[in-house]
Design a protein around this ligand. Structure first.
Ligand code: ADP
Ligand code: VHF
Length: 383
């Protein structure tokens, strides 16, 4: 991939790093390192999201161990050091320095931590270092876990302001059904719109090594494409896959990204802070926000669910319960319960004060669905 310098986040699943075996496959990793070094030589920035700590830990422990959260945390604590050590040695063959960053959901959700992680990442790239990122499994409890590296890689792509996110796995991409048990499944080579139908085609992991399967890869694609990052899913063991798939010369599922890239705080909102409450809007408000670029006024609110404070993230839903936007509320849930449906001129009498004329300002919200693409996805024959 010659031309303009790009930032590419490459997510390597356990399936790729172990080549389906019980421990890390060094030969496979050497081949991936060679391709990353080639990308760097062409002037691109590379960020790796590497799974494989649990698999490496399991192989190193060399005695039976189950799959409970605490057992996997222990295995990750054993394996993460081995994993990064191996990456370090392999990249050193090409004179490339790597860095380890272990993140949890909180590092993305809390704005100040998000900015710290972003600054570190930016600095590493400025110094030509390849950041190698994984979830901090050893300390990530169920509540603070991202849970899978597909979603984590989408968050990383946003943090790194990436142009592309490449999810490398043990399949050539997304099929209309899991090809492990559906030989007739058709290969989807281009996705224009991630619909509920498409989500229903993506199953879980076909092995005990992987986490989340295609379902989490689609979630990742949705998060990243909304933020203006093009996403590709491809087979990590195919020769020259990184360079060939980026150049369009190898099979891959490409998630076309139509939206103009967006900046700053809105990217952070898209990276995935959890929302504490829901605001249900009437049809007029949904239309005004989705299609006209308006802010949310109290008048357009029909119901409020959950508890939240001023400045917290809330989801905006239509009357059917579909979330169509996320944003930072200028009122808490108690205030909104009092003013929902009211005209802006009534706020003073209802509350005794007016903190703001709008409930969610345009600058503080991101719309998740806009115009519907006519084509959802395209399939092609695959051999
Ligand atoms: N519609 C689908 N298309 C392709 N693969 C699918 C689909 N549904 C489920 N899968 C499964 O997803 C697996 C890849 O995900 P996973 O096991 O989590 O790998 P990784 O470790 O690379 O993240 C495939 O091996 C396949 O069995
Ligand atoms: N953080 C875990 C990997 C979690 C995960 O999402 O795995 P995978 O589906 O193989 O990318 C590990 O390092 O083992």
């Amino acid at each position: 991939m010659e031309g303009k310098s790009q930032t590419i986040v490459i997510k390597l699943g356990t399936s790729v790093l172990t080549a389906g075996q019980a421990s890390l496959n060094t030969a496979q990793m050497v081949e991936l390192v060679r391709q990353c070094a080639q990308l760097k030589k062409q002037g691109h920035q590379v960020v790796i999201v590497s799974s494989g700590a649990v698999a490496a830990g399991r192989a190193a422990l060399n005695r039976p161990c189950g799959n409970s959260l605490v057992e996997k945390q222990m295995l990750a604590a054993i394996g993460q050091g081995q994993l990064i050590h191996l990456w370090q040695n392999l990249f050193a063959l090409y004179g490339i320095t790597v860095a380890q960053m272990l993140l949890t959901r909180a590092d993305v959700e809390e704005r100040s931590r998000y900015l710290t992680a972003r600054d570190t990442l930016t600095q590493l790239l400025a110094f030509e270092v390849i950041p190698i990122i994984n979830e901090n499994d050893a300390v990530a409890t169920a509540e603070i876990k991202v849970g899978d590296n597909d979603n984590l890689s989408a968050m990383v792509a946003i943090l790194a302001n990436a142009d592309k996110l490449m999810l490398l796995t043990d399949q050539a991409g997304l099929f209309t059904a899991d090809p492990r048990n559906n030989p007739d499944a058709a290969f989807i080579h281009e996705v224009h719109h991630i619909t509920d139908e498409l989500k229903s085609l993506a199953g879980g992991s076909g092995t005990s090594l992987g986490t989340g399967g295609m379902a989490t890869k689609l979630q990742a694609a949705e998060i990243a494409t909304r933020a203006g990052v093009e996403v590709l899913i491809a087979r990590g063991s195919a020769p020259n896959i990184i360079t060939d798939a980026l150049a369009g010369n190898a099979p891959s599922t490409t998630f076309v990204c139509f939206k103009a890239p967006i900046d700053g705080r809105k990217k952070w909102l898209l990276a995935g802070p959890k929302s504490s409450g829901k605001i249900i809007c009437d049809d007029g408000a949904v239309h005004a926000l989705k299609d006209k670029g308006a802010s949310l006024l109290a008048k357009g609110i029909t119901r409020v669910e959950g508890e939240f404070s001023i400045g917290e993230l809330v989801s905006l839903c239509d009357e059917k319960g579909t979330v169509f936007a996320k944003g930072l509320s200028r009122f808490n849930h108690e205030e909104l319960a009092l003013i929902k449906g009211a005209h802006s001129s009534e706020l003073q009498s209802l509350l005794g004060y007016i903190p703001s004329n709008v409930v969610l300002h345009r600058d503080d919200l991101v719309v998740l669905q806009g115009e519907h693409a006519e084509i959802a996805y395209k399939t092609q024959k695959f051999n």
